[in-house]
Write a protein that binds this ligand. Sequence first.
Ligand code: ADP
Ligand code: MG
Length: 395
Amino acid sequence: MQSNLGEIIKTSKSLGILGGGQLGKFFTAAAQKMGYSVVVFDPDKQSPAGKIAEKHICKLYNDLEALDELKSSCTAVTTEFENVPAETLRYLEKDIVVRPSSKAIAIAQNRIKEKNFLKKIKTPEGLMPVGNFLVIDSIDSINNIDERFKIFPGILKIAQFGYDGKGQIHVNNKNELKAAFKTFNSVPCTLELKLNLESEFSVVLARSVDGKFIVYPTIKNSHNSGILEFSSITYEDISSLDSHYINLTKRIANELNYIGVMAVEWFVAEGNIFVNEIAPRPHNSGHFSIDACVYDQFDQQVLALTGNELKKIEIEFPRSVMLNILGDLWFRDGVQKEPKFEMIAGLGINLHLYGKAEPRIGRKMGHITILGLGDEKQQDIMKKACSIRDILWKN
Ligand code: ADP
Ligand code: MG
């Protein structure tokens, strides 16, 4: 069927997803709910999405024969993580629909490209607010740092493949920076000024083939050891900055000619906002939408991929809070044991376990949505989220 959106992919077709973790699993379930069958491409035999998809191609991302098989078994492909090699996406793009494009992913998967792209974007106020940063790719690039440029205390981050705070070292001076750079085997990095963070937010939006947006309410995030712990909808404390983040996030998506779901992480420091990073996919902080909204971020990912119109955002539980469940919980007394999730049953929560075979420290094993029910205030929901975390940790 033709529409002003172009060709809509029929439900008799298959959709592909690169990566079979929890984001791929939620995408697969959303696509299946709309009538599509799904092919998961992930080298891990145990991948959570691979277990529920119609087909799982269990090969490496640079295996051209396997990519040809993917091309012949689906009409359109998306991705659940940014570390899929951009060449893989370019190879697929020659013959099938790839959304978001390889160009957008190539920028989001490399901090150097990402920062250089962001800092050039024009906004009504001037330029996109990016914190001080430098590219560190050699000892010379360290020796040449101008002492007058405010960059310490800083965070050295590997340009590619970092996630959940991994691939980052805090440094206070050039000597520490040199040692940290060596620890990373001298791979290209960014060095960012460590900001005095007041808060962190994310904006999750979807952009359709014809450039229309739907935007979820701004989400407030709190981290523990560099990993997201709590996300809450900013229902009762929507700040004057809210529409500002949203407009800037849309600006980034337009500049990337983006199709699909995208999240941008924002920092607030000393009253100013700074863009942190782009996630070219649904985002952990948007998981509240699975339980709190009629159409969640994965539904919108399927709609954008298939060339459909996006669905208006309807929030049923506007005060919801999400709590991540990390593998650490399996090691709470130093020995491995199952968490007692039965202790929190019936507390107005939804527990999502991702079906990962092996718990590991720092590994995302699941999440809990604490639904904002009845007259409860958001701060009460937050308290409840903390007490649920404590129950799980103390038992
Ligand atoms: P990841 O890809 O692992 O999510 P981020 O760059 O988002 O990497 O860093 C993870 C977390 O570390 C951020 O959410 C924030 O809490 C902290 N962080 C990162 N960069 C900075 C910075 N420049 N200043 C202060 N805190 C930062
Ligand atoms: Mg991040």
